[in-house]
Design a protein around this ligand. Structure first.
Ligand code: CP
Length: 332
């Protein structure tokens, strides 16, 4: 066995997650997450090349909601490692779900083909119940309004690669609706657990679910996790001046009569590129990332042309950290 493969095997052993589900960011301890980041760094070699690690393994992608990034980066990750992929993109019309098959039966069957499954689903209760029938490990690719833990993994990994650590970083997770922001729920917990100083900013009537706060307070009493409510654009831009990262999990304006009122609230959490430029000139970098997809009005697109944006850097990191997660689950 080469020195490289021994190092990989050591890291897989250290992550200690072979054969297990990854449904919540809390499914791994801090030590496991940091070992997973080390594994991701080792696998960066194969972001744009191929290695035959898993030519006998099959990944099933079951996506009950639209996706570009999560679906394609998992497929890229598996294929870069020599593995095979089966995809169900439109199960509501092309699978036996259209014939009223249950998700439980579908997962029972697909787990006989696949060694690991990524499931995206609009209802986290149904997804959790369905996953319990799978004989192969299941990865949450975004479930309802609950969690999207692999998005948090890639954003945490991007920060870790940028700063070399997560502890001590000042971060705000901000949205006009933090109730439905599943990426925000996973990321806020991951950041706080790993020692960042986190403030979740939102309107008070759209505050993050209590479960997110209580999980952290109960299990990590020393974590620094606060909430701040009801900003307006100017006060929000003042608030972010001392932050290292502004994390925008995004939200959709509802259709219909309330759309315009909601868009005005979205404006209150709009990061102005002038704020970032002024701080950068003083020597302080405020990174900004949006988990994508984004819509016009959610963030200042002028930030894309500055060194402050992390959205697209994180896309490349998404392949290495998803390679690491698949490797940690599939084993050496
Ligand atoms: N960030 C994210 O989950 O993007 P997709 O919906 O394109 O997968």
């Amino acid at each position: 066995m080469s020195k490289y493969m021994r190092s990989m095997k050591g890291l897989i052993d250290a992550v200690d997650h072979v054969g297990k589900n990854f449904i919540s960011i809390n499914d791994m301890s801090n030590e496991q997450l940091l070992n997973l980041f080390e594994l991701g760094k080792e696998l960066e070699l194969f972001n744009r090349s191929k290695v035959d690690l898993f030519d006998d393994r099959m990944l099933a992608l079951m996506f009950f909601q639209p996706s570009t990034r999560t679906r394609m980066s998992f497929q890229t990750a598996m294929e870069r490692m020599g593995g095979n992929v089966i995809v169900e993109n439109t199960p509501q019309t092309t699978s036996s779900i259209a014939k009223e098959e249950s998700l439980a039966d579908m997962l029972r069957c697909v787990s006989q083909y696949a060694n690991v499954i990524v499931l995206r689903h609009p209802n986290d209760v149904d997804a959790r119940e369905g996953a319990s029938y799978s004989s192969a490990p299941v990865i949450n690719g975004g479930w309802g309004h609950w969690e999207h833990p692999t998005q948090a993994l890639l954003d945490l990994y991007t920060l870790w690669r940028k700063f070399g650590h997560i502890d001590g970083l000042k971060v705000t997770v901000a949205a006009a609706d933090m109730i439905e922001a599943r990426t925000g729920h996973s990321m806020a917990q991951g950041l706080a657990r790993l020692g960042a100083e986190v403030t979740i900013a939102s309107p008070k009537d759209k505050a993050v679910p209590r479960e997110v706060i209580e999980n952290i307070k109960k299990n990590y009493p020393n974590a620094k996790l606060e909430e701040a409510y009801d900003f307006e654009k100017d006060s929000f831009n003042e608030f972010i001046r001392d932050k290292d990262l502004v994390y925008l999990p995004g939200c959709s304006a509802p259709a219909g009569a309330t759309a315009e009122a909601f868009k005005k609230v979205m404006d209150d959490y709009f990061v102005k590129h002038e704020t970032l430029d002024e701080e950068r000139e003083k020597g302080h970098m405020i990174y900004v990332t949006h988990t994508l997809p984004r819509r016009a009005g959610e963030m200042d697109l002028a930030i894309d042309d500055t060194p402050n944006q992390l959205c697209f850097e994180s896309i490349l990191h998404s392949v290495s950290i998803r390679m690491a997660l698949l490797t940690a689950i599939l084993g050496a």
